[in-house]
Design a protein. Structure first.
Length: 258
């Protein structure tokens, strides 16, 4: 009678080892697959968040073509006191300023209120051209960020208030620039609060008006404006020494009235 084949102890151990290796290999493969799935899911979520943020910014900025209310096109100035109807014979006064310009701050301290009083009375059509050339000179980006912040404030109807707040609060040392927190603080001081401040922050973070500010700089340079402050009355350059006081400025405006 034939005997059943027997398995040696060594063979039995080898079989167990091979079975264990197969089992471990399957588990490892499952772990790898699961890891890949998790990584792909994370990438998809991150991509979705980025796409959502980009879409939101595009919606806010209009793809780089966002214009402050009242501005006709990129490169054009911002008309002040848009709720005032100027007299039909009121001259157009173009004022070119850079928010980092100390001479502009001094100019505003001396004559800013006169310009604004004349505009509010409908005696002139005051147009601001916010430049940013000092960013290159001072090696920062504060003029651009300040311009963007000012026009974000204009969305809340507070451009003039922001404009009138930032110049007296220029840094003591030219070139120190403005922090994001300072610019937000100027918006709050200008009266942008509550939901309007939230909208301001979204506008500021999305750089909504950066392209507009850049376009104003480019156009003004093309038009021959190389420094700030620069004043034009009905398109003609005004020598600043001829309007060095409120009285002289008022007289120059009267002389230009059609």
């Amino acid at each position: 009678m034939a005997k059943k084949p027997t398995t040696s102890p060594a063979s039995a151990r080898q079989a167990k080892i091979q079975a264990a290796q197969k089992s471990q290999g399957g588990g490892a493969n499952k772990i790898v697959v699961a890891t890949v799935v998790v990584v792909v899911a994370i990438i998809a979520v991150v991509a979705g968040v980025i796409w959502s943020q980009q879409s939101q910014e595009t919606a806010i900025t209009g793809g780089g073509k966002a214009l402050p209310t009242g501005v006709a096109a990129l490169g054009k100035g911002y008309p002040a006191f848009q709720d005032v109807t100027a007299a039909s014979n009121a001259p157009v006064v173009d004022l070119y300023e850079d928010f980092q310009c100390p001479a502009c701050a001094a100019f505003e301290a001396q004559l800013g209120s006169t310009f604004q009083e004349q505009a509010k009375a409908g005696k002139i059509k005051l147009v601001y051209h916010v430049k940013n050339f000092l960013d290159d000179n001072l090696r920062n980006d504060s003029s651009t960020r300040a311009g963007n912040a000012a026009f974000c404030a204009s969305d809340a109807g507070k451009f003039q208030e922001f404009h009138n707040t930032i110049f007296p609060n220029q840094p003591a040392n030219e070139g120190d620039g403005y922090t994001d927190a300072q610019l937000k603080g100027f918006a709050e001081q200008a009266g942008v609060t509550g939901a309007a401040l939230t909208t301001w922050q979204q506008c500021y973070d999305a750089n909504k008006y950066v392209d507009y500010v850049n376009s104003v700089e480019e156009q003004s340079f093309t038009d021959g404006v190389r420094g700030t402050p620069t004043v034009k009355i009905d398109g003609k350059d005004v020598e600043l020494s001829t309007i060095a006081s409120p009285e002289l400025l008022t007289q120059a405006i009267q002389n230009a009235t059609k």
